[in-house]
Structure formats: structure tokens, C-alpha cells
Design a binder for this molecule. Structure first.
Ligand code: PMP
Length: 457
């Protein structure tokens, strides 16, 4: 079938007439039109008018190996011809799913050698919730059922994943906060540290978990769930004292530690997993996005030998999705992992591009009068916009400062995302130093334009 071609205005009109966009105010389209992306290659996408745009978000934090990779296209084509679908329910398996389980077991840290496959990060986190509660039931401790997440944590959009996350706007919509979910503070030193030094604040933020455990009773708590670096919450990398303290507290009270690797996994932080970057030894790791570089939907939950032993005593594991372990998605994930290995992408991020990106952000972006803080790790960056660099005062929310900056970026040929009053970036892992320069130049120009909009000269 030839690809469907229409002109931009037609695409936009049809889209606005029939499609509800995730995380978008439908009223936005009363005055503005959606960006229609029609093709992509490497680190760039092209819109329906043929304009080339640098994708500073790797799609939605996922296209780690970049666009247009023939190896992934070929893998899906081959697998579709061989076996387009079979399920893994009951007692069935398929070669790509078997092979992917083996390859993942080699990559994941510690004894996280067991996997359950899902289609999305949200489903992976829902699976974590059902699996962990079942685990404690089999262990004879059914009262251990409460999950503790963090404010501004993001774990997905199903009702349970929404509850696990700490996004107030999501809880408020449709009474989505289920019972059995609690939240503790996110470890953002710049915003919440007050007079404390960064390391001292890291310990304090971790202590909030211990306080919550003592308040609720360790005997009632199933697990603590957190992203190694918070992504959708604004790219919040914790002080280096934070994770060791969290690990200690979880061990002390026998609370399972879940590292949500949906963004941080598969090279984003210059390691296979964010847990390695921070020395975390989790009991479970939900993963998605970079697992297939977004070419096809696939996600997984890695879990420990201890959990596996218990699940073996628990009878039927009554959980699953029709497309769990989809053979074509597994084949693409395998090709994607092989590509990451063959091209040494993790080493490249760790040794070259991430340090370069960081240096450029610190040397030039941090100097801009609108910028209070640049933060992040690996190829994840957050740029905090402030009204006053000295006092760290923010703009009024209704000034929409980050959205203004985001729109200027797009006009200038760069996709970045606005989160609160921060700009965030998560480019493909194949991004070159020249492309990083391009990103920084457009961002600086957009910051200037935003300042001009606000009457700041
Ligand atoms: N966990 C994290 C850390 C995420 O960033 C996301 C998505 N941005 C999810 C879970 C949910 O993944 P999905 O959108 O694939 O359901």
C-alpha cells in the first residue's frame, strides 16, 4: 500500500476532529495545530511540510538507537514472515521471547534473571503491583500491601500506575488515586534543599522514606518504587547520598525496592541500567522504551531469584496480556540490543557524548539569565527556568515560561519538552557532538526569545 499523503492542513483538521491527544488540553487546538511528523532518520524527524527538526526527546525518551535503523526493520520483517504472532500464556513460548529472556538475564544486574513481558511501562508497573502483593501473600504476610512512591514520580497512566506515581494532576482527574498508595518527597535539592548542602539534603530526602515506614508500620508496606533519575517529573537526579540511604532503609525493614528503569534503562545514563549508575540493587526492575528503542511496543519486569522461589510456591500466576512476549516485538528488541552492543553506544554515551553534553550545558546554558540550574545524568538533562537566579524564585505559573521556550525551540528546529518551569531533553544515544552543538544553539536562541517575550532584556 502506498503511504497516504495529504497536505498539512488536511492532516491537522482530521486529527483535531477525531483524536484525543494524551496529556494535551483539547482546547489547545482551538488556536493551534498539531505537529504532524511524517518521517525520521538518525536524530532528526521531518514534519508534513518537509521541515527537519532535531529530536531532543528521542520520541518519548525511547528511540535510543535513532530512527531508520535497517537492522530493526529487517528483524521485524523476518519475524513477521516466520511467526507473526503466538502467545506465551499457559505453557507456550516462542523462540524470540525465549532468546530475549536469556539476553536480558545476561544484561540485568545481580540475580534479576526472571522476566515477565508486557506492552508498555504502565503495564509493567501494574504487573509489579500485582506480582509484589502476590509475593507477600505467598510469604504469609498479606498485610504488606502498601506501595510507596514519590511526589513527581511517573510510572504510567493505568489507574494503578497513576496511583503509584506522584502527579497531583493525574490523581485529581477521575478520582484516580487508589487506596494503598503513599508518596514521599522527591529528592530535588535545588528546589527543596533550603539551607542544606546537597549531600545532607540527599540523606534528609531518603529519611522521608523511613519516616513514612515508621508512620505506616513496616509490616504494612510492600515496596518502594522510584526511578533512578526522575524523568517526566522534570529530570531530577538525586544527590549521591540518596540512593545508598534508600537501599539501606529498604533492607532494614524488608521492603522490596523497585527501580523503574523505563527511561533510565538501555544506555540512557551511560550504563545498561540506571541502577548500575547509582549502585542500586533492586528486587524488581520494570523496563520499556529503550528495550526496543520504541520501534515496537514491548516492556518487561525483571525480578529476583528470591521472588521467583516464592512465586513457584504461589500456584497459578493469574496475570497476563494477549501481547505479552509478542514475537515480533521480542525480535526487534533483540536486534536493538545487538545494535547497542555492536556500536558501543553505552560506552560512547558514558565516555564521550554525555560528558560533552553536560559540559556544554554547564558552560553556556547555565550562564543564561533565565536559567537557575542545569541538572541530569547521562543523556538526560533538565534546565530550570527562574525569574531570579539569586533567590531561585520562579515565574508566575500563568506566564507559561517553559511552554513559550518549547514553542520557540520547535520554531527553531528542535524538539524539547516543557515540564513545569523546566525544559527537558533526552536525545537519541547516537546523537553526535555536532548535533549536541545544534541542540545547544537552538536552545540558547529560544531562551533569548523567551526572555524577550517576558520583557526581560
Ligand atoms: N515509568 C516511567 C519511568 C516512565 O517514564 C513511563 C513513560 N514515560 C512509564 C513508566 C510508562 O510507560 P508507558 O507510557 O509505556 O506506559
Amino acid at each position: 500500500m502506498p503511504s497516504i499523503t495529504r497536505n498539512t492542513k488536511d492532516w491537522q483538521a482530521i486529527d483535531v476532529a477525531h483524536h484525543l491527544h494524551p496529556f494535551t488540553d483539547p482546547k489547545y487546538f482551538d488556536s493551534k495545530a498539531p505537529l504532524v511528523v511524517t518521517r525520521a532518520q538518525g536524530s532528526h524527524v521531518w514534519d508534513s511540510d518537509g521541515r527537519k527538526i532535531l529530536d531532543g526527546m528521542a520520541g518519548l525518551w525511547c528511540v535510543n538507537v535513532g530512527y531508520g535503523r535497517q537492522e530493526l526493520i529487517d528483524a521485524s520483517h523476518r519475524q513477521m514472515q516466520e511467526l507473526a504472532y503466538y502467545n506465551v500464556f499457559f505453557q507456550s513460548a516462542t523462540p524470540p521471547q525465549i532468546e530475549l529472556s536469556r539476553v536480558l538475564a545476561e544484561l540485568t544486574p545481580g540475580d534479576l534473571n526472571h522476566f515477565f513481558f508486557t506492552n508498555s511501562g504502565s503495564e509493567a508497573n501494574d504487573t509489579v503491583i500485582r506480582m509484589v502483593r502476590h509475593f507477600w501473600e505467598v510469604e504469609g504476610k498479606p498485610e504488606k500491601h502498601i506501595f510507596i512512591g514519590r511526589t513527581l514520580g511517573y510510572h504510567g497512566s493505568t489507574v494503578a500506575a497513576t496511583s503509584l506515581g506522584g502527579m497531583q494532576n493525574m490523581h485529581d482527574m477521575g478520582k484516580s488515586l487508589l487506596p494503598g498508595f503513599e508518596h514521599v518527597m522527591h529528592p530535588h535539592w535545588y528546589a527543596l534543599g533550603g539551607d542544606l548542602g546537597e549531600e545532607e539534603f540527599g540523606v534528609k530526602a531518603a529519611q522521608a522514606l523511613e519516616d513514612k515506614i515508621l508512620e505506616l508500620g513496616a509490616g504494612n508496606i510492600a515496596a518502594f518504587v522510584a526511578e533512578p533519575v526522575q524523568g517526566a517529573g522534570g529530570v531530577i537526579d538525586p544527590p549521591k547520598t540518596y540512593w545508598p540511604e534508600i537501599q539501606r532503609i529498604c533492607r532494614k525493614y524488608d521492603i522490596l525496592l523497585v527501580a523503574d528503569e523505563v527511561i533510565c534503562g538501555f544506555g540512557r545514563l551511560g550504563h545498561w541500567f540506571g541502577s548500575e549508575a547509582y549502585g542500586i540493587e533492586p528486587d524488581l526492575m520494570p523496563m520499556a522504551k529503550g528495550l526496543s528503542s520504541g520501534y515496537l511496543p514491548i516492556a518487561a519486569v525483571a525480578y529476583s531469584a528470591r521472588m521467583h522461589k516464592t512465586l513457584q510456591r504461589g500456584g497459578v500466576f493469574s496475570h497476563g496480556y494477549t501481547y505479552s512476549g509478542h514475537p515480533v516485538s521480542c525480535a526487534v528488541a533483540l536486534a536493538n540490543i545487538q545494535l547497542i552492543k555492536d556500536e558501543g553506544l553505552i560506552e560512547k554515551v558514558h565516555n564521550e557524548t554525555a560528558p560533552y553534553f553536560r559540559q556544554r550545558l554547564e558552560d553556556v546554558v547555565a550562564e543564561h539569565r533565565l536559567v537557575g540550574e542545569v541538572r541530569g545524568a547521562g543523556l538526560l538533562a533538565g534546565v530550570q527556568l527562574v525569574k531570579d537566579k539569586q533567590t531561585r524564585a520562579l515565574f508566575n505559573a500563568d506566564q507559561n515560561v517553559a511552554m513559550k521556550c518549547r514553542d520557540h525551540c520547535l520554531d527553531g528546529g528542535l524538539i524539547m519538552r516543557a515540564v513545569g518551569q523546566s525544559m527537558v531533553a533526552s536525545p537519541p544515544l547516537i546523537i553526535t557532538k555536532d548535533e549536541i552543538d545544534e541542540l545547544i544553539a537552538i536552545l540558547l536562541e529560544s531562551l533569548d526569545r523567551t526572555a524577550a517575550d517576558l520583557g526581560i532584556v
